[in-house]
Design a protein around this ligand. Structure first.
Ligand SMILES: Nc1nc2c(ncn2[C@@H]2O[C@H](COP(=O)(O)OP(=O)(O)OP(=O)(O)O)[C@@H](O)[C@H]2O)c(=O)[nH]1
Ligand SMILES: [Zn+2]
Length: 211
């Protein structure tokens, strides 16, 4: 199939969401020229002539998550854990995303924990899942929920905990203009939801070693 008209993955864990036909690269570049003119500049001037091509290439990278199947990162698991059955926490996973309301960046760090049953997953795959969902148009809440539900549904662990802290450029560069305001979202399943002590341990480990 011609990649330029391949349907987009909307959200891989939501197969009922409508897939939209992908416009051609030329259409996307023309749209960038329109936005440059709308902003008030001349898309034909020397410094801007190649910008639509660059923007479209950058979009392929920044929104590459639509073409990734986050659940597939968890296909490979390891069972030789020496009986390890406690929390695995990957802290400070940096990410960049774009808010779906203004299409401007929000960025920060995700902290992801799970309590395995028998099998563990490669640590880098947790960071890959964060990126697969972050590289889409998002809200911070949806991003948090998607990371949790993918780990929960595929690994079926004893519990999953995700905390995301982020700064939204739509609140900093424009609109209400509150530089430095940060937003935190959390979602818990299994033991982290049902056992306050496990949830507290997750929060304590997040703070460990910080001033
Ligand atoms: N809940 C949530 N809201 C977000 C997120 N990213 C941006 N927003 C908010 O989305 C809202 C959109 O509000 P609207 O009133 O429709 O748009 P607007 O007129 O541009 O709003 P202002 O940003 O207040 O100027 C704003 O309050 C943003 O702060 C997010 O990840 N989660
Ligand atoms: Zn926004």
């Amino acid at each position: 199939m011609d990649a330029s008209v391949a349907p987009l993955f909307r959200h891989v864990e939501e197969p009922t969401a409508a897939a939209v036909a992908r416009p051609s690269r030329e259409d996307a570049e023309a749209a960038v020229r329109t936005l440059i003119a709308w902003a008030g500049d001349d898309p034909g001037r020397e410094g801007l002539i190649d910008t639509p091509k660059r923007v479209v290439r950058a979009y392929e990278e920044l929104f590459g998550g639509y073409r990734e199947d986050a659940a597939a990162f968890l296909e490979r698991t390891f069972s030789e854990t020496g009986g390890y059955d406690d929390m695995v926490l990957v802290r400070d996973i940096s990410f960049h995303s774009h808010c779906e309301h203004h299409m401007v960046p929000f960025f920060g760090r995700a902290h992801v924990a799970y309590v395995p049953i028998d099998r563990v997953v490669g640590l880098s795959k947790i960071a890959r899942i964060v990126d697969a969902f972050a590289r889409r148009l998002q809200t911070q809440e949806h991003l948090t929920a998607q990371i949790v539900s993918t780990l929960d549904e595929v690994l079926k662990p004893r519990g999953v905990a995700v905390l995301i802290e982020a700064e939204h450029m739509c609140m900093t560069m424009r609109g209400v203009q509150k530089a430095g305001a940060s937003t935190m979202t959390t979602q818990f399943t299994g033991v982290f939801r049902d056992d306050p002590a496990e949830q507290a341990r997750f929060m304590t480990l997040l703070r460990q070693g910080r001033g």
